[in-house]
Design a binder for this molecule. Structure first.
Ligand code: NDP
Length: 433
C-alpha cells in the first residue's frame, strides 16, 4: 500500500477518497469502479432472501479508519456506523499507537462451544461418568452430523460436563450441561455447532437419563479469546494544554475508575464496542453475538468492569491491553451474500477469522484510547461538535454548500441546537435571494 497517497484522507472529497484508495493500491480497479458506480450495495432480491417480510434496505455510512499498524502490517479498517466521530477517533488513536510501533495481537485458539442442557438427571455422578466414558463416540456423532467441517481442518474436539447447581435465591433447579467444543474452521459456526449439538443430544439424554431442555451454541466464547497490546510513548499523548505524562496518568486513572465503578465501566466499554461493532457490521459479522460475549466477559469476576487495562511500564510508556471473546467468521453468514461486507474483507486483505478477531480487539483498544484521551483532556464534546453541527444543519434542511456554512456558524453560536441552526439557515437563504 502506498500510504503517502492517503495522507490527509479526511480532507479529500468523496471522489478523491475513492481515487486515492485506488492509487494507493488499497483497493482493486474492480472495487474502484464498483464504488464509483455504487454497485456494492445489497440488492432487494438478495435482501428479500435474508429476512422475512422484507420491505426496504436501511443504509448506514461505511467509512475507513486510517493509520492502523497491527502486527507490523499497515491496514485500513472498514467501519459501518451511524455515530459521528467514531471513524475519526479510531484514525486518531491509530496514528498515536502507530507512531509508537502499533499493536501486537494474539489468538492462541479459536473454538466454539455448543451446549446440551439437561434437567431432571437423577444421578449426576453416574450421568457424568457415562458421558465422559463416551466422549469419543459423542465427538464421532457430532462430526458425522456435519462432515464437511473436517475437510476445512475443523471438527468437534472435546466434550466437557458441567454441573450448574440449583439456586434457591432464583428458584432455579440443577442443570447438567454438556459442552461440545468445536473447531469451526473459518466459520463463526452457529449453524455447524447447532447441527452437531442437536445430533448428539439424543445420545447424551440416553447416557444421562435426564431430559433435554435445549441444545444451542454459547456466545460466551471463552475458547476464542483474542488479545491486543500496545505501548505508547507519552509524547504522542500530549495536547496543546497538557503534557504527555499527565495525559498518560489521567488515562490510567480513568481506567481505574472504570475498573472500580460499573456505571462508568458500561460507558467505557460502550466506547470500545463503538469501534468493534462498526467493524463487525462492515464485515457482515453477528455483532449481537460479540456484544453479549464481551459484556459477560467484562463481568467474569462477579462485577461488571472495564474490558481494557491501561498502565505504565518501567520506561514511563502507556501500556494498553485488552482480551475479548469473539465468535466471528470469515466465511458464511451475511458475508457470503452481502457485497459491502465482501468489499470490507477485501479492504482488510482477506483476513482469516483469527486475524480478524485480532484486528477487532486492536480497533476496540484504539477506540478506547481515543475516548479516554479526549475525556481526560478537553472533554468528549469538542471533537463531536463539528459532526454534530453538520447533522443539525442537515436536520433543519440545509443541502449542498449550505451544510458546511450552517455548521461553521453553528459551532460559533452560543447554543448549538436546531432552533439556532434553523435561524442560521433562514438568514443564509435570505442573503442568497
Ligand atoms: P454458515 O452456515 O453460513 O457458514 C458455515 C459454512 O460455510 C460451513 O458449514 C461450510 O459449508 C462453509 N465454509 C466454507 N469455507 C469454510 C471454512 N474454511 N471453514 C468453515 N466453514 C466453511 O454460518 P455459520 O455456521 O458460521 O453461522 C453464522 C450465522 O449463524 C450468522 O449469520 C449468525 O448470525 C447466525 N446464528 C447465530 C446464532 C448465535 O450466535 N447464537 C444462532 C443461530 C444463528 P459447506 O460445508 O457447505 O461448504
Amino acid at each position: 500500500m502506498k500510504k503517502e497517497i492517503l495522507h490527509h484522507f479526511y480532507k479529500k472529497s468523496y471522489a478523491e477518497k475513492i481515487e486515492a484508495l485506488y492509487r494507493a493500491e488499497a483497493i482493486s480497479k474492480e472495487d474502484y469502479e464498483s464504488l464509483k458506480n455504487e454497485t456494492l450495495k445489497l440488492s432487494p432480491s438478495v435482501a428479500n432472501q435474508m429476512i422475512e417480510n422484507y420491505i426496504l434496505n436501511y443504509e448506514f455510512p461505511f467509512g475507513v479508519a486510517m493509520n492502523f499498524v497491527i502486527d507490523e502490517k499497515e491496514c485500513l479498517i472498514p467501519m459501518v456506523t451511524e455515530e459521528p466521530s467514531v471513524v475519526a477517533a479510531a484514525s486518531n488513536a491509530g496514528k498515536i499507537i502507530g507512531q509508537s510501533g502499533g499493536f501486537q495481537t494474539e489468538m492462541k485458539k479459536r473454538l466454539m462451544i455448543g451446549q446440551i442442557a439437561l434437567t431432571d438427571v437423577l444421578d449426576v455422578k453416574v450421568a457424568t461418568k457415562n458421558i465422559q466414558e463416551n466422549k469419543e463416540k459423542i465427538i464421532d456423532l457430532a462430526n458425522a452430523a456435519h462432515p464437511s467441517i473436517l475437510n476445512y481442518g475443523g471438527g468437534a474436539q472435546r466434550v466437557e460436563v458441567r454441573l450448574v447447581e440449583a439456586d434457591a435465591k432464583f428458584d432455579t433447579p440443577e442443570f447438567l450441561v454438556v459442552h461440545l467444543i468445536v473447531d469451526t474452521g473459518e466459520a463463526m459456526g452457529a449453524n455447524i455447532v447447532n447441527t452437531m449439538a442437536e445430533a448428539v443430544a439424543p445420545f447424551i439424554v440416553e447416557l444421562s437419563g435426564g431430559s433435554r431442555l435445549m441444545n444451542i451454541l454459547s456466545n460466551y466464547s471463552t475458547e476464542s479469546i483474542a488479545t491486543a497490546r500496545c505501548i505508547v510513548h507519552p509524547k504522542y499523548l500530549a495536547t496543546k494544554t497538557m503534557n504527555g505524562e499527565l495525559v498518560r496518568d489521567r488515562i490510567i486513572e480513568a481506567t481505574q475508575f472504570a475498573l472500580a465503578d460499573t456505571y462508568r465501566a458500561v460507558t467505557h466499554n460502550k466506547g470500545i464496542m463503538n469501534g468493534i461493532d462498526a467493524v463487525l457490521l462492515a464485515t457482515g459479522n453477528d455483532w449481537r453475538a460479540v456484544e453479549a460475549g464481551a459484556h459477560a466477559y467484562a463481568s467474569k469476576d462477579g462485577q461488571y468492569r472495564s474490558l481494557s487495562r491501561w498502565s505504565k511500564d518501567n520506561e514511563g510508556n502507556l501500556v494498553g491491553e485488552m482480551k475479548l471473546p469473539l465468535s466471528i467468521g470469515s466465511v458464511g453468514g451475511t458475508l457470503s451474500i452481502h457485497p459491502s461486507a465482501q468489499f470490507a474483507y477485501r479492504l482488510l486483505d482477506q483476513p482469516s477469522a483469527a486475524e480478524l478477531s485480532r484486528i477487532l480487539v486492536a480497533v476496540g483498544l484504539a477506540q478506547n484510547l481515543a475516548a479516554l484521551r479526549a475525556l481526560v483532556t478537553e472533554g468528549i464534546q469538542k471533537g463531536h461538535m463539528s459532526l454534530q453541527a453538520r447533522s443539525l444543519a442537515i436536520r433543519v434542511g440545509a443541502t449542498g454548500k449550505n451544510i458546511e456554512r450552517v455548521a461553521t456558524r453553528l459551532q460559533n453560536a452560543e447554543h448549538m441546537n436546531s432552533k439556532t441552526a434553523q435561524k442560521i439557515l433562514d438568514d443564509l437563504s435570505k442573503n442568497d435571494l
